[in-house]
Design a protein around this ligand. Structure first.
Ligand SMILES: [Zn+2]
Ligand SMILES: [Zn+2]
Length: 385
């Protein structure tokens, strides 16, 4: 399933499998036009070069025109109740949504599930390269965010490609990974997005401390090639040789990052639980947050992934489950939804769901259930459960 099975870890669910690149052509017309333009590059030695050039130039112009054509984005979404609810409790909850047809579609999907935060892929997450984001897609995305009253600097948390292993020691693989990493960061900046979440990587056969140093040095290099994006490291479940399953790993990477204003952590509840951090009771939840606070520091916590776990505590297996149906249970999510220290952070569901509208209903319900936990006492479950 993955190019470097050990380097990447399945995040489960999230509708991530059949994802289209964010820059996917809007119309069926554009795809063949773009492809033919490439093939029709004139060969200077060929007699027909001049003839070939004309259709190529025409097609290029047609493609440019297509990218300039404005995309019809709704001018306003009915989001007043969603935002009122989120502002009242300070919790910005949503899901990882599909960006098929362009990133602006992810905004529409997120609004559809009642999300006041969301994740998306900014290019095809299973390919190394994707075409640049078309100008009209950037405009449409920004317009959609404005229409939904979403601040892309605060409420969005794109997820990095699964192929990227920033700990790679092999020169060619490291270059490929780094280039793809910077490309994704730049795409985020083009879209006006402030945070970018990624899996730190895997040590494979190399010593862990050296792998950690390589990850940090590549974050430093990526900072220098970008303007403002905050690189958010996700904690991992601990499968294979992955880095980031302990809070100490996260601390050690951050310690080597030069620009500390532009690095943070995304805490995935399923990964933390699989890695051995219990959060099932108010006491264990408090202890885990306290360990994070003393080891990494709460100011570095920039986002959460809200997932239940199919596997037990400490299993090291990354298998997401729908909220309340796994080994973690509702109490952890009740604690989260009533913890003021987490106010303002994007919280993103990556729970299992089918593709399509049925899957969106799963997210819609989970968002509702989470908000219904606000104000509930110890041991209480969401409304309707
Ligand atoms: Zn992830
Ligand atoms: Zn996650």
């Amino acid at each position: 399933m993955f190019a470097e099975a050990e380097a990447v870890e399945e995040d489960g669910g999230g509708g991530e499998d059949e994802e289209e690149p964010a820059a996917a052509p809007k119309t069926a017309k554009r795809k063949p036009a773009a492809r033919k333009t490439k093939k029709a590059v004139p060969d200077p030695d060929a007699d027909s070069a001049e003839e070939d050039e004309k259709p190529a130039a025409r097609k290029k112009a047609a493609k440019k025109k297509d990218e300039d054509a404005p995309i019809d984005v709704p001018e306003e979404f009915d989001t007043a109740a969603m935002w009122e609810r989120a502002h009242r409790c300070g919790k910005y909850v949503g899901a990882h949504v599909s960006a098929a047809g362009g990133a602006w579609n992810a905004v529409v999907k997120s609004v559809g599930i009642g999300g006041t935060a969301f994740a998306l892929f900014v290019k095809n997450q299973r390919r190394w390269t994707s075409p640049p984001i078309a100008a009209n897609q950037i405009t449409a995305f920004k317009a959609a965010c404005t229409a939904a009253k979403l601040d892309p600097r605060k409420h969005l948390l794109p997820h990095g490609s699964y192929l990227i292993n920033l700990a790679s020691v092999d020169a060619d693989k490291a270059t490929q990974a780094f280039d793809a990493f910077v490309d994704e960061l730049k795409r985020c900046e083009e879209l006006g997005i402030g945070l970018y979440n990624f899996h730190p990587g895997a040590a494979l056969k190399e010593p862990r401390d050296e792998a950690i140093a390589r990850i940090a040095s590549r974050i430093n290099a990526a900072h220098k090639q970008t303007e403002s994006i905050v690189i958010v490291i996700e904690n991992m479940a601990g499968q294979g040789t992955v880095i980031g399953n302990t809070f100490e790993d996260l601390r050690d990477i951050i310690a080597l990052v030069e620009d500390k204003r532009r690095v943070g952590v995304c805490l995935d509840t399923c990964h933390a639980f699989a890695a051995g951090y219990d959060i099932r009771t108010p006491e264990t939840y408090a202890a885990t947050l306290s360990t994070f606070s003393t080891t990494v520091g709460l100011p570095y916590l920039r986002a959460l992934h809200l997932n239940d776990s199919k596997e037990p505590l400490g299993s090291k297996k990354d298998r997401h489950e729908n909220l309340g149906k796994g080994k973690i249970g509702w109490e952890a999510f009740r604690c989260i939804m009533n913890d003021d220290r987490l106010n303002g952070l994007p919280m993103v569901l990556e729970t299992p769901r089918e593709d399509g509208p049925q899957g969106d209903l799963v997210y819609r319900r989970e968002v509702e259930l989470l908000y219904s936990l606000v104000g509930k006492g110890v041991g209480e479950v969401p409304d309707g459960v």
